[in-house]
Design a protein around this ligand. Sequence first.
Ligand code: GLN
Length: 551
Amino acid sequence: MKKISQTQKTKFIFITGGVLSSLGKGLAAAAIGALMECRGLSITFQKLDPYINVDPGTMNPFQHGEVYVTDDGAETDLDLGHYERYTSAVLGQRNNYTTGRIYNSVITKERRGDYLGGTVQVIPHITDEIKNAIHQLDGETDIAIIEIGGTIGDIESLPFMEAIRQFRLDVGKENSIFIHVTWVPYIKTACEFKTKPTQHSVKELLAIGIQPDILLCRTEQQLSRELKEKISLFCNVPTDAVITAQDVESIYEVPLCFNREGLDDKILSLLHVWTGAPKLETWQELVRKVQHPTNRVIIAIIGKYVDLTESYKSLHESLVHGGIANDAHIELRYVSAEDLENQDSDALLAGCHGILVPGGFGKRGVEGKVKAITYAREKKIPFFGICLGMQLAVVEFARNVVGWQDADSSEFDLDTSHPVIYLMKEWFDYRTNQLQVRDESSEMGGTLRLGAYPCQVIKKTSASAAYGDKEIFERHRHRYEFNPKFRAELEGKGLVISGVSPDNTLVEIVELQDHPWFVGCQFHPEFKSQPLNPHPLFREFIKASLKHSGE
Ligand code: GLN
């Protein structure tokens, strides 16, 4: 195992969670990253997830939240989305490990005979594998922020905790710190904050040899000096390292709140890093815009998962970014696609200023989504279709404008005589420089077009008005594609193809003329939008919806 010397460049911040889940550890990590960048430091991140799935690609978004896709095609935990939105870090495969992936690699090595007949054990083999995963980030940036998924006390996170305990021993205190995110509930009946859950949580950490350096306490209100002193005393953490992480209205206030609490100063002094004062102006300006929007826009999202915003995390944020770019507050109306199937469109969609059909897999609710697209097209309401939403916009056009009644995606109807969206049996993957081959029976998860692909934007279209005329790189996660067999006929009837792969074989963006704004894209623009840099398509979609709201 590699040891880090005093001249070690990268400093490590480990973030663990206590008491319960959903305390916003991922956001805290992202906000700390943003503050480090405001100090002029370069940063990267890693998320270590204790579950056994090798990656979250096959997990149900309803249970686990959205699957976030990186440029290099990794299917990752949604926290990587927070990291990339708050900072300029470019993340990929190396930035998300699960227990499954760690074990997979240890077992592969064992089968290959790499352990020379030795007994393979959690300590040291699994823990070394985890440490190696962390060490990959070494030397690249000034700071690496490593977040451990789950909550302290979970059986499955133990090897990760043990690995980071050892890691600090290897690299030294001045090169690594532990931040523990915990909860200080306010009990209304007693009119009191309670520190006991935090005390217990720190005790569990101490039991496995980890003394936190900083406590990030999620609370409803600012913690008083006395409370911080109490927590300090019981948890063996200096008072100035007990940080209030107060609930805020907008998640983009978090970096500034942490800064006011002195968190960035504390981190850097513990890590022996000296920088100038942080440049917070862009974040201050952003928060001002989020807090005081002049306009209001209602956007309907037609989805399969209507109850859980976690399933559409990046999408939700990208719409907020589009709002920021247009000085508008976005009111989201989640509409169940299945409800639309047997109800009048007007009943569910009237009053919306824009309609968005997001990505999705499987047949459930598909006809409801098509119905929403018809509504948007006919009533000239701004429409944005993403991935499945784009595919269904093509299906809708083929059925209701061209008149091919049975037009469909072969994902939903294998026997249609007009499979306008189909499964390509072969395509050239420029990233691996290999011809990819697949069919309906290919292994689940292994056959998606994943990650960033180039797309040429066609002049004088809504797409070029958003992006400019240029080659763009956008991220994909789908199996099915626009079927070139029907391209000429669809174009002949007025479907505009406004983005294509550089060799002109793959259709990446479609739109309609004689409509205020109707755009469908085969990729997922929501994975590349940032609050400080809203994505052009979301910016333009909200702009058109805002215009529609005034009509
Ligand atoms: N189900 C569609 C496909 O596999 C769309 C996927 C998506 O929207 N991400 O092509």
